[in-house]
Write a protein that binds this ligand. Sequence first.
Ligand code: MGD
Ligand code: MGD
Ligand code: MO
Length: 765
Amino acid sequence: MSKKDASLTPEEFNHIKVTEPAQYAAGTAALKNSFAHILREMGPARGVKILNSLNQKNGIDCPGCAWPDPDAKRSFMAEYCENGVKAIAEEATVKTIDEDFFKAHSIEELGAKDDFYLGKTGRLTQPMIIRKGETHYAKISWDEALNLVSNELKALPSPDESIFYTSGRTSNEAAFAYQLMVRKLGTNNLPDCSNMCHESSGSGLSNTVGIGKGSVTLEDLHCADIILVIGQNPGTNHPRMLSALKKNKENGGTIISVNPLPEAGLINFKDPQELSGLVGGGSKLADLHIPVTINGDLAFLKAVMHLMFKAEEEVGGVLDYKFINDKTSGFQEFKEDLLKQDFNLLVHQSGVELALVEKTAELIIENPNMIICWAMGLTQHKNGVGNIQEVVNLLLMRGSIGKQGAGTCPVRGHSNVQGDRTMGIWEKPPTSFSDKLDEVFEFKSPREHGYDVVSAIESMNKKVNQVFFAMGGNFLSAAPDTEYTAKALRNCKLTVHVSTKLNRSHLVHGEIGLILPCLGRTEIDLQHQGSQFVSVENSMGVVHSSQGRLTPVSKDLKSEVAIVCELAERLFPEEKHWTKMRNDYDVIREFIEAVIPGFDNYNERVRIPEGFYLPNNVRSGDFSVTHTGKANFTVNELPEHHLKKEEYLMMTIRTHDQYNTTIYGMDDRYRGIYGERRVVLMNQEDMNERGFKNLEVVDLKSHFNTETREANLFKVVSYPIPRKCIATYFPETNVLVPIGLKADKSHTPASKSIVVTMERSKKVQ
Ligand SMILES: Nc1nc2c(c(=O)[nH]1)N[C@H]1C(S)=C(S)[C@@H](COP(=O)(O)OP(=O)(O)OC[C@H]3O[C@@H](n4cnc5c(=O)[nH]c(N)nc54)[C@H](O)[C@@H]3O)O[C@H]1N2
Ligand SMILES: Nc1nc2c(c(=O)[nH]1)N[C@H]1C(S)=C(S)[C@@H](COP(=O)(O)OP(=O)(O)OC[C@H]3O[C@@H](n4cnc5c(=O)[nH]c(N)nc54)[C@H](O)[C@@H]3O)O[C@H]1N2
Ligand SMILES: [Mo]
């Protein structure tokens, strides 16, 4: 879809530079890099203003990731990281585009550009429209645009013909208003980025411990005896987590990383906020690195637990029987199934040396209070839910949950993805939520479950003339199976994107395509009742405020809340609360308090600088909300990958220079890859076997049932990755992710286990 797919000359493809992977994260390079981004995008004055208030109490919540802020002491300099600064620079850039830009560039021309170019064009500033057959977007007034959306929605034969996507930056206030509008319309079609992200965690955790969120706090991480970091690359994606890991080490903790790649951030951390981090040797983080094969985690965890049962039998004291007896259900079935497994086969399937499996079991046995952190390396597999449930089994065996320094830590992605779910952005709302919504707003909200991301795409492919509305995000590039998703969007009557920046989703539109430009989180949000703040929930269930400080880049921007409420005013003219909500976000928070448990005195408590914790049954050791009334052990089937000789298992991962589909730059500094994103990380022995030289150009083909998909022109890079495993970057290889390849139950696209073959490219000799 990008120019690189269409016509690539060898010269254009030769900017790549490869060095040894880094042995530590952050340090001076991180500081230098982040300030370069700020200066380039915003200039020094705007830059300093923003950095001073980032993640400070009463400041702006960083739109980068959902990692929590320290409750008490915040670093004087600031609580931010290199990639948070890049996220801010990307949003708060002073570069803008308006109708003249769209007059000068056709969508065909823009479609040939890469994502890096599109993102760097600048902030969107005016509502734009394009109709079928037209080549360019043109300006439209807000009034006309919102009337058009409202009329198209009203004209649908059924509200279920409309689909409302949400990306995870949307604030609690905007999300609540949005889901209310959608349910008033009469549908639960509310797919969100979480469907592609931590949905497997939500499913697995709800089923076993009764809440789809993690149980630990930042303090727990500081004092845990042992932390397992599985399938997560915090050095790049959650850099502030490294400070928590460092504290854990200082307190005598042990850290194990389980990852096919030796990620720099888990090896060593040079804290850029401390002098020692700039000049010293940094802090060693992981005590043990387990180079598991892709999707070998279930086998690995089972093998470790096998050894723990053995140790329990031989010496005792390994399992917490009091906890197991009092608090759990399903232990016998779990134990029987586990001990039935062939231990040697488990070790073999994990791809890990026996000695490392033994060492892991030993360290876990020595250290009773354990936290397990994870991210996309566990969730984006067919057995993603099983992976999470196995993590819970390990914690339950040890009674290592619901007490200090112990528990579950799914590390969230988008800065408010967890809050959006709490606000009801969910295609399967719990009955208790729907009932309360009905009571407070005096209507009957739909009970039938709506579409998640994958079923939304399938539905848009099957049916024509639906309406697709996106609150943020980049649906086309983030979703699996790019070509299939593009066809889905083209089938729509109307596609609407509420966005801050131009992206590929704007270029593939329905019969009518609209772009509605909105304020970013860094900007002052001025409404009728004065300047407004919003609130968000971080990865650990803390709700706090976020207030924009910068003058908006254009007077023509509306807040997400205003866009939703002004649309709802048109859809439901008899309802007076929409205008009140838009004028004063306290009114929305009052409604949230009335509908959602845990938000008592919301308007008061959200004004406490450090925010407040939402209730968490697991944290308080109460599992009575599960279907058995106890924490559940589960039996999770092992995945089977019968790779043929020429097949590899591919994971699609993020570089150090991107935020999902937003490309900040072309380097993956920690992995030592510069200037090119179309690369395949491959084991040297596998390369030798295929006769591939370093930087050889190959074409990739994915295989699913009888279907094949292709992505051409990638450079092979020799990398320390287990054999038969390869890694490529998201979103370039989303064309290879089959729509049908998804996690059981959670339907999360299995974008970390794609079967592919590779051939030397015939196009570049
Ligand atoms: N700077 C920056 N920050 C971000 C983002 C970003 O793009 N850029 N994205 C945000 C979002 S939405 C999210 S969800 C998070 C994502 O955060 P991560 O989940 O850390 O992101 P990924 O790059 O997908 O990395 C997954 C990690 O899992 C490993 N992995 C892959 N497959 C397997 C496997 O089968 N087993 C194991 N054990 N490991 C595996 C990979 O080697 C990699 O280290 O980050 C958030 N923060
Ligand atoms: N192959 C593969 N695919 C994946 C993944 C993977 O690991 N591999 N990861 C998946 C994951 S974890 C996720 S979360 C999804 C991400 O999916 P999305 O959330 O849909 O994608 P983003 O790239 O984060 O969206 C970026 C766009 O959001 C808009 N934006 C930014 N800030 C704001 C704002 O404040 N308001 C509004 N309205 N718009 C804003 C900008 O226009 C920007 O272009 O991708 C998924 N896709
Ligand atoms: Mo995510």
